[in-house]
Design a binder for this molecule. Structure first.
Ligand code: 5RP
Length: 224
């Protein structure tokens, strides 16, 4: 099985977590895209979706799924999204697709986070994948210096020769060189740095379930 086939398999398996007649929170990225394609097949069984990015909203609409503003919604039973890394406690690094802020917001409203990923995303210690941090543009260098004090090296994410601009009009720092042994504590510390909008550590509120795609099966991990 290729990596894409594993992503497709977990996307298919995630359909069992969709709650009939309810609103679903939908993540961003290639695995989430496979999930949206599966969701399109059962669109008559849901009330609509809340999207974690403009890209996801447009793919959902392309499948005829109604996209609701989060302000119209008071509860979301399930949020389904990929991850860049996940550890054995369900803590994740996210934001490789630059959608971390809206992902964290939608996930925070949801009762359960179902993470869908190929098996390469399961790690012992988070941090090999550079940690994305969304920042207010004027604070980028100040935040980068503070992150250096945490032992990381922060690089401004670029696209087409200019700093990448997120759906929220902000920039992203990618922080390499971190070995994240206490993700909850690091998430709390980075949240305190002035100018940080969102850190791509999802540890204080991690995954409830992870569907991991292997070459010949989908493994289900459940977290407390
Ligand atoms: C986007 C994300 C994605 O979930 C993460 O980057 C994984 O992406 P993919 O499914 O393409 O491997 O956090 O901001």
């Amino acid at each position: 099985m290729t990596q894409d086939e594993m992503k497709q398999a977990v996307a298919r398996a995630a359909i069992q977590f969709v709650v009939e007649g309810e609103i679903i929170g939908v993540g961003t990225g290639s695995t989430a895209n496979f999930f949206i394609d599966e969701l399109g097949k059962i669109r008559d069984r849901i009330r609509g979706a809340v999207a974690s990015s403009e890209a996801t909203a447009s793919r959902l609409r392309g499948h005829g799924i109604e996209v609701l503003d989060l302000n119209q919604v008071s509860s979301i039973p399930v949020y389904i999204d990929g991850a860049d890394e996940i550890d054995a406690s369900g803590a994740m690094i996210k934001g490789g697709g630059a959608a971390l802020t809206r992902e964290k917001i939608v996930a925070s409203v949801a009762q359960r986070f179902i993470c869908i990923a190929d098996a390469s995303k399961l790690v012992q210690t988070l941090g090999k994948f550079p940690l994305p941090v969304e920042v207010i543009p004027m604070a980028a260098q100040a935040v980068a210096r503070s992150l250096q004090a945490e032992g990381g090296h922060a690089l401004l994410r670029m696209r087409d020769g200019a700093p990448l601009v997120t759906d929220n009009g902000c920039h992203i720092l990618d922080v390499s060189g971190l070995s994240i042994t206490d993700p909850v504590a690091l998430e709390s510390r980075i949240n305190q740095i002035p100018g940080v909008v969102t850190v791509g550590l999802f540890a204080r509120q991690g995954a409830s379930v992870c569907l991991l795609g292997h070459a010949d099966h989908v493994q289900e991990l459940r977290f407390a």
